[in-house]
Write a protein that binds this ligand. Structure first.
Ligand SMILES: Cc1cc2nc3c(=O)[nH]c(=O)nc-3n(C[C@H](O)[C@H](O)[C@H](O)COP(=O)(O)O)c2cc1C
Length: 354
């Protein structure tokens, strides 16, 4: 008997099963506005107990990638309603992932007159796709002043409030994979000397302020956050394991005090057992584990003591009816990597369903 398809409950957090659809940017939001195609895509995958949407920007500056959605304007907020109602009709829950790309961006992808901003002016190595010029280098970001960080915090709160207006069950803060919130946490990228930089506590301050204010505004039970300890993607320079353990142990402890519903951990082989232990021992709420899980390894993870829920990214992308396939032991569809980020329905809503 597999646990994945069975109901889940911890505290007031109830899901129809133990499987989460991981957040995935799909670049179908032309003009940064959600649309009918996106509603169809998410409804197809509503077998998941919880869907976490693609990264969605709380501000014009955070729209670093081509064709990603926003949640800062009234038009965007209104348009998200077709997604949330399509998913709710299929009896699943849906959290909006709030993602500010920070220094991972390009001016071509941002609205006119808007600049790429960063926690510091440390430029990210690497390139990104722009529809106008193909692959281009990340620019040197404009460092946010202290008062501008406070404005960004307010933008997150506003985004979360908009998400609730749009019908989402909650929000997931994207604190992983090298975007703005992880840029605050990383000692090599965050070179600030004000209250948002320096010690572990100061580097965690923006993240915790955002979580606390959002919890106060929309309710702590509607807040989750995603982390990726030891992540080096998006030019996040590695730092000592001991400091990683302390950073995420501290975050888990403070987020537990705030009382948010879940931590979502994007795992990688470099994360030490001590770091997993520091997170689990400091956090009483739900922990979601993601990255590289197969139906079999996910089932094992649910019984290993760390994870309460398991998340699947590419498996849900390619197999909309993943839960049914887990239940029946059916094979998963092959993935078409070329259409992960291309506009339009191909490779998006046309994966075969059993
Ligand atoms: C096309 C694609 C887009 C992604 N976009 C996001 C994103 O917007 N936010 C995020 O936190 N992770 C994003 N991820 C990472 C996934 O959430 C997940 O961590 C990753 O796919 C590994 O899990 P998997 O092995 O189950 O696919 C993305 C992954 C893929 C494949």
């Amino acid at each position: 008997m597999s646990t994945i398809p069975t109901e889940y409950q911890k505290g007031n957090f109830r899901l129809k099963n133990h499987a989460v659809m991981a957040p995935m940017t799909r670049s179908r939001a032309i003009g940064n506005i959600p649309n009918d195609l996106m509603a169809t895509y998410y409804a197809q995958r509503a077998g998941a107990g919880l869907i976490v949407t693609e990264g969605t920007s709380p501000a014009p500056e955070g729209l670093g990638y081509a064709r990603i959605p926003g949640i800062f304007s009234e038009e965007q907020t209104e348009a998200w309603k077709k997604v949330t109602s399509a998913v709710h009709e299929k009896n699943s829950k849906i959290f909006l992932q709030i993602m500010h790309t920070g220094r991972i961006g390009h001016g071509n992808n941002l609205p006119e007159g808007v600049s790429v901003v960063g926690v510091s002016d440390v430029k990210a190595a690497g390139q990104m796709w722009t529809d106008q010029g193909g692959m281009l280098e990340h620019p040197q970001p404009v460092a946010l002043s202290e008062s501008e960080v406070e404005e960004v915090i307010d933008q997150y709160v506003n985004a979360a409030e908009n998400a609730i207006k749009a019908g989402f069950d909650g929000v997931e803060l994207h604190g992983a994979n090298g975007y703005l919130l992880e840029q605050f946490l990383n000692p090599h990228v965050n070179t600030r000397t004000d209250k948002f930089g320096g010690s572990i506590e100061k580097r965690a301050k923006a993240v915790l302020d955002i979580a606390e204010k959002i919890a106060a505004s929309i309710g702590k039970e509607k807040v989750g956050i995603r982390f990726s300890p030891n992540n080096t993607y998006n030019d996040m320079t590695a730092y000592p394991d001991e400091e990683v353990r302390e950073t995420y142990g501290y975050l888990a402890q403070k987020l537990n005090e705030i009382g948010i519903t879940y931590l979502h951990i994007a795992q990688n082989p470099d994360i030490k057992k001590e770091t997993f232990d520091a997170i689990r021992s400091n956090f009483d709420g739900t922990i979601i584990l993601c990255n590289g899980l197969t139906p079999a390894s996910a089932e094992e993870a649910l019984h290993a003591g760390f994870a309460d829920l398991v998340a699947f990214g590419t498996s849900f992308l390619g197999s909309p009816d993943l839960i049914k396939r887990i239940e029946t032991g059916a094979e998963l569809n092959a993935l078409d990597f070329d259409t992960f980020y291309t506009p339009g329905p191909i490779g998006y809503i046309d994966y075969p369903i059993l």
